[in-house]
Ligand binder design. Structure first.
Ligand SMILES: O=C(O)COP(=O)(O)O
Ligand SMILES: [Mg+2]
Length: 226
C-alpha cells in the first residue's frame, strides 16, 4: 500500500528542520526592541505552528492563548520587526533533523515527488532550504501566506494537489503538528506523524495519523519498503 503513493507533502518546521532556536532568537530580539519581557527557548518552542503572526501574538501575550485585548497595531509593528530579525538569523542554529537529507535524497531517487507545505511565510522557505543544502529536491513550496488559509485548513493541501496534478490518494502528508494531521484529514490525504517536532507539548499520536514514527530514518525505510 505504501509504495502506491508517490507524492510526499512535507511540513517544514519541526519535521525537516529544527528551526525553533532561530525563531526564538528572532522573537526575543523583537520583544527586546519593544522593551518587553523575553522568554526561554522551550517556552517559545510551544508557540510555533500557526505561522509568524500567531507566534508573535503569543509572544506579546506571554502565552499560547493570545490576549484578546492585544492592540492590532502593536501586533502588526511587532510582526514587521520579527520578520526583519528572522530574515537575519534563518540558519544560525537551524539544522535538518538526523536522517533528513539522506532520506529526502533516497526518496527522490526512488521516484517520489516531494513538496513542502508550511505555515511559515513563503519568503523564508527557499533561503532555509539553500542554507541547509536541500534546495533542489522539491517541486513545489507552499507557505503560510501563499493562500488566505493555513493548516489546519486543507486549502494549501488542495492547492498542492491541483498544482502537482495528482489525487489525494497518491499523497502522504508528513508533519509534526496536529495542524498537519487535521489538514490532511480534511483533504482526505493519509498522514504521517513525526514525534520529535513541535506539537504544543502534546503527543501527535492523539490526532491519529495513519502512521507515526520517532525518526526520519524510520519514515524513509517504511516508504521505501516493498
Ligand atoms: O512556522 C510555523 O508556525 C510552523 O511552520 P510549519 O507549518 O512548517 O510547522
Ligand atoms: Mg511543523
Amino acid at each position: 500500500m505504501l509504495q502506491q503513493k508517490n507524492v510526499l507533502l512535507f511540513d517544514l518546521d519541526g519535521t525537516l528542520v529544527n528551526s525553533a532556536p532561530d525563531l526564538a532568537l528572532a522573537v526575543n530580539r523583537t520583544l527586546k526592541d519593544l522593551g518587553k519581557k523575553t522568554f526561554d527557548g522551550d517556552t517559545i518552542h510551544h508557540w510555533v505552528g500557526n505561522g509568524a503572526k500567531v507566534l508573535i501574538s503569543r509572544a506579546l501575550s506571554g502565552s499560547a492563548d493570545i490576549d484578546p485585548k492585544l492592540d492590532q497595531s502593536l501586533i502588526n509593528d511587532a510582526l514587521a520587526i520579527f520578520l526583519a530579525h528572522y530574515e537575519q538569523c534563518l540558519c544560525v542554529e537551524s539544522v535538518l533533523y538526523p536522517g533528513v537529507k539522506e532520506g529526502l535524497v533516497s526518496l527522490k531517487s526512488a521516484g517520489f515527488r516531494l513538496a513542502i507545505i508550511t505555515n511559515k511565510p513563503a519568503v523564508f522557505i527557499q533561503p532555509i532550504l539553500e542554507g541547509l543544502e536541500v534546495d533542489n529536491l522539491f517541486e513545489l513550496l507552499i507557505g503560510g501566506d501563499t493562500l488566505p488559509q493555513r493548516k489546519p485548513d486543507p486549502a494549501q493541501l488542495n492547492y498542492a494537489l491541483a498544482e502537482l496534478n495528482v489525487t489525494a490518494e497518491q499523497c502522504w502528508m508528513i508533519g509534526d503538528s496536529k495542524n498537519d494531521i487535521l489538514a490532511a484529514k480534511a483533504a482526505n490525504i493519509a498522514s504521517v506523524g513525526l514525534t520529535y517536532g513541535y506539537n504544543y507539548g502534546e503527543s501527535i499520536a492523539n490526532y491519529h495519523p495513519e502512521l507515526c514514527f520517532d525518526t526520519f530514518a524510520q519514515l524513509t525505510e517504511s516508504l521505501l519498503a516493498k
